[in-house]
Each structure stands twice: as structure tokens, then as C-alpha cells.
Design a binder for this molecule. Structure first.
Ligand SMILES: [Fe+2]
Length: 404
């Protein structure tokens, strides 16, 4: 039985007001970051200065094979940093990966962790860091909210895509090897101490990945900014800067992957957007997007690209003021708030089109829609402070609107 609409709204908004107060005690911080082409070569000297010596490097075996990690390791050797390499092949990190990584960490006397790779590698390394402070707990026991509650070893995150923002977030999504359940460890102690934004690492990304990960970052910023309640001035500022950086650079990075300035700006945009949604939260774009990923394997960024304009339009007048402010930041004009908001949504659609991304999906099956609604609603209500609270019929309308 679904709650009547007014009761659902009251429940969600009350929950959000209480959590807003709780958020002031959560210890959100922003990682310090090194930024610039070739910065990974200087990480060794930087860590040495900070007194960090024994490092576990967590990365993907493909990255090592392609020689992408070597410049950093050479820098470690120049600076006399001892390191142990732990590589993984899995796309999504599992609890077995975390256990293996922790064993390597312990057996080699490591005292800090450097994760270099996409969101999955960084999440896996965060899992290892959580184990380092709770060696007797299983990954399943650490999953959930605020289970780490203790400072992790010095942690450096080096993203090789510009999208997920894992280098700034509280979360590590790990799949349990026994049950196949995918769940997050969420704790502000998992926010990395340092991040390195080196655009040379993203130069080899194929255009499709550049497009979809970039749209994921945009979805983080737009959802965080249009959300109510949790943001402080910092999240609002970071979300606006992220939107401007992505607006000005996504097509440049898509069209010329070797444009280091555009790559750098996209990385910074993704980083700011990641920090904005860490406190400000995401919304229905993510909640529905996760169901498309779970049921049909739709890539996260692709789901975000398609859903973002549909969901923002569905919010209607409630989101106009905030979207108009984002339009202003990007120099997108209009006679009033509604016009500006709609022009901003159209810009997202046009950018998708220019990058060859679809505006709808043909994968959604009739038989799955009820399940999608249940999952999306469960993820989002009451946690996400979206501009308009939806009940089942609203989710259904939106899902129908993205079907081909
Ligand atoms: Fe995302």
C-alpha cells in the first residue's frame, strides 16, 4: 500500500529536515588536490614531504600493462617511497578483492594507500582502507552508514576518468562475493585525504566514455544544485562551477581527446560535482538510472545522459529558479526563469545529440516497470531532497517517457 501523496511528502520533507541538522556533525571535507599534466610524476616527492613512505598502490592490470602507472612508480623510486602493487581485473570490486588487497597491505607493512584508476578501483581501495581500521570485520559488516567511524590510513585517489567523483565522496560500492549483493560503505572518513587530477591520464579515453562519464558528472552537479535542504554555500558554489566547467569543455574533450586544457577542466568539474553531491545528494536521475544499470546493464553515464533532461523537465516550475541560475552561469539566455530553465535543458539534449547519445531507451520491458519503480522509490524517498517528491505514478510517467 502506498502512502497518500501528502503524507509521503510530509514524511520525506521531515526526514530531510532532521538529516540536514545531522549533516552539520558529519565532518564533510574536501580532499587537497594536486592538479596538472604529469602531476602523477611528482606524487612521490609530495608524499615524502608528508612523511608517507610505505604505500599500497591499488590499480587495474590493464593500466599497468599500458604503462600508465609507471611514471608514478618511477617518481616513488626517485623519492625513496616503498610501494607494493595490487592489481585487479574485475569491473566491479568484490569483497574478495578487498580481502586480497587488505592481505597484501598487511603482509607488506603498508601504511598508506594510493588508488589509481576509475571509480571501481578507488572504491576497492576505500574498502581496503576500511578493513585496515577494522581488520576483524567483514566487508558486509562495514557496508551501510557510518560503520568506519575512525580515520583511515593516508589515502590518495587518482581518477583516470572525469565523471564518477569517487575521489571526493564518502562512498565505496562493493559487491559481496558470496551473495552478489551490491552495497555501499558510506562514511565521511572514506573521503580521500589527497586527490591528483592529472589530465594526461584521461587522454586515452574513447569519445563515448568521455561523453557518458562527463554527463554523469553533469548529473551530479545539476541534481545537487536543484535539490533542496542539505546544501551549504560551498556545495552551491561547487555545483555551479562544475556546471560551467562541463558546459564549456565537454564537447571540446569529446571532439579532441588530446586537448589537455579541456581534459583538465572536465576533471576539475567532475571533482567539484563529486564534492557537491557528497553532501547535497543526487536525485531521481540517479535513482532511476541505477535500475537501468541493474536490470539491463546500461552504462551509468549513459543512463544519466538520457535521464537528466527528462527528469528536470518533469519537475516543471519547481526547478525553474535553480535551473535558470545554472543557465546564467553558462551564459544561456532567456526572457524569464522558465525560458532560461528550458533553454538549459535543451542545451543538455543538444549536447547529447552532438555526442551521438540517444534520447530514449529501447530496453525497458513492461514486466520490469513495477520493479524499477519500487527500487527507484526506495533509493530516493525519503533521502534525496529533490525539488518535487514523486509517488509511483510519477515514476511510471517518467519511465514511460524514456521508452522508445
Ligand atoms: Fe553518478
Amino acid at each position: 500500500m502506498e502512502m497518500p501523496y501528502q503524507l509521503e511528502v510530509l514524511w520525506c520533507r521531515t526526514f530531510q529536515s532532521v538529516l540536514k541538522i545531522g549533516n552539520y556533525f558529519m565532518g564533510y571535507r574536501m580532499p587537497k588536490y594536486l592538479e596538472g599534466p604529469g602531476k602523477i610524476r611528482e606524487l612521490g616527492a609530495f608524499l615524502k614531504k608528508k612523511g608517507i613512505n610505505d604505500v599500497l598502490v591499488v590499480t587495474g592490470s590493464g593500466m599497468v600493462r599500458r604503462g600508465q602507472v609507471q611514471p608514478m612508480l618511477d617518481g616513488f623510486e626517485r623519492s625513496g617511497i616503498r610501494y607494493t602493487l595490487q592489481t585487479f581485473d574485475t569491473t566491479d570490486p568484490t569483497s574478495d578483492d578487498v580481502e586480497l588487497g587488505y592481505k597484501t597491505y598487511k603482509e607488506n607493512g603498508c601504511k598508506s594507500i594510493v588508488a589509481i584508476g576509475g571509480g571501481s578501483r578507488i572504491d576497492c581501495a576505500k574498502g581496503i582502507a576500511a578493513k585496515a581500521v577494522h581488520p576483524r570485520k567483514t566487508v558486509a559488516q562495514l557496508q551501510g552508514l557510518l560503520k568506519v567511524h575512525w580515520p583511515i590510513p593516508p589515502f590518495v585517489a587518482i581518477p583516470t576518468t572525469a565523471g564518477a567523483g569517487s575521489e571526493t565522496t564518502v562512498a565505496a560500492v562493493i559487491t559481496d562475493s558470496a551473495t552478489h549483493r551490491k552495497a555501499a560503505i558510506n562514511d565521511p572518513f572514506l573521503i580521500p585525504k589527497y586527490a591528483v587530477l592529472d589530465p594526461e591520464l584521461t587522454v586515452g579515453l574513447p569519445p563515448f566514455t568521455t561523453a557518458t562519464t562527463g554527463m554523469d558528472a553533469l548529473a551530479h552537479a545539476v541534481e545537487a544544485y536543484t535539490n533542496k535542504t542539505y546544501n551549504t554555500k560551498l556545495e552551491n558554489r561547487l555545483a555551479k562551477e562544475a556546471v560551467k566547467l562541463i558546459h564549456d569543455n565537454i564537447l571540446k574533450a569529446f571532439e579532441d581527446g588530446s586537448d589537455l586544457e579541456a581534459r583538465q577542466n572536465m576533471q576539475r568539474g567532475a571533482f567539484y560535482a563529486g564534492r557537491a553531491f557528497t553532501r547535497g545528494c543526487v536525485g531521481y536521475v540517479h535513482a532511476i538510472g541505477h535500475t537501468l544499470g541493474g536490470l539491463y546493464g546500461v552504462a551509468h553515464g549513459l543512463a544519466m545522459a538520457v535521464l537528466l533532461p527528462h527528469v528536470m523537465r518533469e519537475f516543471g516550475a519547481s526547478a525553474h529558479k535553480r535551473l535558470a541560475e545554472l543557465a546564467d552561469v553558462c551564459g544561456i539566455g532567456g526572457a524569464n526563469e522558465a525560458e532560461k530553465a528550458n533553454a538549459f535543458i535543451r542545451w543538455i539534449e543538444e549536447t547529447n545529440k552532438k555526442m551521438g547519445l540517444p534520447d530514449k531507451f529501447d530496453v525497458v520491458q513492461d514486466k520490469d516497470i513495477d520493479q524499477m519503480i519500487t527500487w527507484a522509490k526506495k533509493e530516493a524517498n525519503p533521502l534525496y531532497p529533490v525539488p518535487v517528491i514523486w509517488v509511483r505514478k510519477d515514476f511510471r510517467r517518467l519511465i514511460e517517457s524514456i521508452r522508445k
